[in-house]
Design a protein around this ligand. Structure first.
Ligand SMILES: Nc1ncnc2c1ncn2[C@@H]1O[C@H](COP(=O)(O)OP(=O)(O)OP(=O)(O)O)[C@@H](O)[C@H]1O
Ligand SMILES: [Mg+2]
Length: 294
């Protein structure tokens, strides 16, 4: 749990500027989605936060401590990439324990932490399995458990859900989100999927050609006139709605356009204001979540 400040980050490769004046403030525990066209510098930004790359200008500040020159292993930043990168010859348990071993954590402490993480991602029963026998969603949860086992102060997810099929993805995204919220880890997620961006985060950072286009709540990002943003959001609509009840007592919300959608969300009562996301296109879907979820 830590707050993150990026101040004027600039990064160039062989004289070609890839990031320019990237400045954002992320409060402790917040979840942020990072979107932008391919090649706009998203992964490069993560590598600067992680400590794999040193920016030519600007600073990375974690909890008021400037870590721009602190080596990667001392930064406490966890990362999950697309494709999980689990070690195929190691069991689930050993994969999750990997970071703890590297840090020479005492055996008992490491065992306890691994069990705790496996419980957290609900995979204790698969502890002795090898990655090759796991489903995509399970692999994803192992990768998450491995990243979280070392108590990172920041978590970076670089297209971590991209390899999952659309049906599994929305469920895994929600599950992972719930875990991250419970732990309160400040998290940044790179995604190319608008549904994922809006479901996962309450603030979206839009990058284009290495610069910040906007950093705002989904509803406001959607109204941004930048061509990439308009292209990105054309499949989704988000709006707020008040929860109403039918005579039968069943709760519903009214989507823009008039359709009434019955809902059942723990902790949501009639009169509450919720977010409604309507996904257009061939596979229409509607998601509803509480406005004060954070
Ligand atoms: N190590 C490197 N050396 C030289 N150029 C690099 C290096 N890493 C990235 N780049 C270049 O920097 C730019 C940004 O790359 P980056 O990987 O950050 O993009 P991205 O936004 O993550 O794209 P994608 O959505 O395709 O993953 C690209 O033009 C890329 O070719
Ligand atoms: Mg990338």
């Amino acid at each position: 749990m830590a707050k993150l400040r990026l101040a004027g980050i600039r990064k160039a490769f062989d004289g070609k500027v890839v990031l320019e004046d990237v400045s954002i403030d992320v409060p402790s525990g917040e979840i942020v989605a990072v979107i932008g066209p391919s090649g706009c510098g998203k992964t490069t930004l993560f590598r600067c936060i992680l400590g794999e790359l040193r920016p030519e200008g600007g600073s990375v500040v974690v909890d008021d401590l400037d870590v721009t020159r602190v080596p990667q292993e001392k930064r406490g930043v966890g990362i999950v990439y697309q494709g999980y990168a689990l070690f195929p010859h190691m069991s689930v348990r050993d994969n999750v324990a990997y970071g703890l071993r590297m840090r020479r954590a005492p055996r008992r402490e490491a065992d306890e932490k691994v069990s705790e993480m496996l419980d957290l991602v609900q995979l204790r029963h698969r502890a002795d399995a090898y990655p090759g026998t796991l489903s995509g969603g399970e692999k994803q949860r192992v990768a998450l458990a491995r990243a979280l086992a070392v108590n990172p102060r920041l978590l970076l997810l670089d297209e971590a859900f991209t390899a999952l099929d659309a049906t599994t993805r929305s469920q895994v995204v929600q599950e992972v989100r719930a875990i991250i919220k419970r732990l309160g880890v400040t998290t940044l997620l790179i995604t190319h999927d608008q549904e994922e961006a809006f479901l996962f985060s309450r603030r979206v950072l839009v990058l284009n050609e290495g610069r910040v286009v906007t950093f705002d709540e989904p509803e406001r990002v959607m109204r941004h006139s930048h061509p990439f943003v308009q292209d990105f959001v054309k499949m989704c609509l988000i709006h707020e709605a008040k929860v109403e009840t039918y005579a039968s007592g069943t709760m519903f919300v009214t989507a823009e356009g008039g359709a009434q959608i019955p809902i059942q969300i723990p902790g949501v009562a009639p009169g509450d204001v919720v977010h409604v996301m309507v996904k257009k296109g061939p596979t229409q879907s509607i998601e509803v979540w509480p406005t004060d979820a954070d």
